[in-house]
Design a protein around this ligand. Structure first.
Ligand code: SAH
Length: 371
């Protein structure tokens, strides 16, 4: 059994997270097990414990001889995440977790129960380098990329709580994962793709989620969007647009100075062409900043210019972040914005603001005060 204290505090800044079987493909797991002097089929047993039984506790792995269990678990299932605290809202239906990683970095994830699904919003980086001025994560800068296993383990741990009836609402399972926690997923491309594969590979190689129930959200890193189209994964792509014109978007999403609105929308449209998956455009509505009716019209025009039926828009009432003078749009202004988009024939649904009061809603994840 790994000694948590050692693993969690021994890592100097800049060191890599310990290797975990969720970083590896099934073939790589067999190779790793063989290198440890064990028979290759042990890799499948370990994967079954982790992805099917949702356990990394060697004492439960009774199909593996005691001496081997400890060694295999030490080498391939080190503890990656430690709960710092939980915060609950919506009578427990929303639970934010602050995690500490092996090197002391902190990240957050949010588990949200709905009548028909359970969604986990996961972090892909500690911090974020994209510097969007309205986003809490953006204010602190990037600490480091997370490993594939650090990403996956957020979901596996949430799935374990649900299976063991440890969250309000009874037993359940994670059905959806959204990469909308801390970080820019496409800036940590390899680890995020690895994590998506682990989440969607059938049990016991992976967690067996449906690809369409996984959403990767991006500020619009155009080359990485093109690369993602070619992965053969049918995940949902969400693009954080927030403005249909370059002048404003340059300030709200600074990476827009590199890849412009037109290029981002073209890349989103080709993602739809290649994968057949309808793209989601995210638009945080910020009072008197980007909520003008003419911007809704311009957005509708720019989307329709690229075809019909390939996209929908998710306006998100801005969740105010500490120290910012910005706030959510007036409800009447929001209604007009939505009506204008719909008048252009664009399917539009306002995103709910689950977990606002625990700073667990979109753009509020900061993990600024590790306990
Ligand atoms: N870096 C990725 C994923 C993380 S954020 C991205 O930007 O897409 C998930 C969503 O929350 C993004 O659309 C982001 O723009 C939005 N968001 C950030 N700050 C917000 C805030 N204060 N209020 C509402 N939405 C916010």
């Amino acid at each position: 059994m790994p000694v948590p204290g050692q693993l969690i505090f021994a890592g100097p800044r800049g060191a890599k997270p310990p290797r975990h079987l969720a970083d590896l493909t099934p073939a790589e797991r067999r190779a790793a097990v063989t290198e440890l002097g064990e028979r290759p089929f042990r890799a499948g047993q370990l994967s079954t414990h982790y992805f099917a039984h949702l356990t990394d506790d060697p004492s439960t792995m009774t199909d593996i001889p005691v001496a081997s269990r400890e060694r295999l678990a030490d080498a391939l299932m080190p503890a990656l995440l430690t709960v710092v605290r939980h915060l609950e809202a919506d009578r427990g239906a929303t639970r934010k977790t602050v995690w500490r990683l092996f090197d002391g970095a902190t990240v957050e994830s949010v588990l949200m129960r709905y009548p028909d699904r359970v969604t986990m919003c996961v972090s892909s980086q500690a911090g974020c380098g994209m510097n969007c001025p309205f986003c809490a994560t953006g204010q602190a800068g990037l600490t480091r990329n997370m490993s594939a296993a650090e990403i996956v383990d957020q979901v596996v741990t949430g799935a374990r709580w649900l299976r063991r009836d440890e969250v309000a609402g009874g037993r359940g399972r994670v059905s959806n994962v959204v990469f909308m926690g801390m970080g820019e997923p496409l800036a940590n491309y390899r680890a995020v793709i690895g994590a998506v594969r682990r989440l969607t590979e059938p049990v016991p190689d992976g967690l067996g989620l449906s690809e369409r129930n996984v959403t990767v959200s991006t500020v619009g890193l155009v080359p990485a969007m093109a690369r993602l189209s070619a992965e053969g994964l049918h995940v949902t792509l969400a693009v954080s647009l927030h403005a249909p014109d370059d002048q404003l978007r340059d300030t709200l999403v600074p990476v827009n100075t590199r890849w412009k609105v037109a290029e981002v929308l073209d890349a989103a449209r080709s993602y739809f062409e290649v994968t057949g998956r309808r793209v989601s455009i995210e638009y945080a509505l910020i009072r008197d900043i980007n909520d003008d009716a003419w911007r809704a019209d311009l957005l509708g025009t720019e989307l329709n210019r690229r075809g019909r039926g390939w996209v929908h828009v998710n306006p998100i009432p801005l969740n105010p972040t500490p120290g910012s003078r910005w706030t959510a749009s007036d409800p009447a202004v929001e209604r007009t914005f939505v009506a204008r988009l719909r008048a252009h024939g664009i399917p539009t649904t306002v995103r709910d603001t689950r977990g606002r009061e625990i700073d667990g809603a979109c753009g509020q994840l900061a993990a600024a005060t590790p306990a």
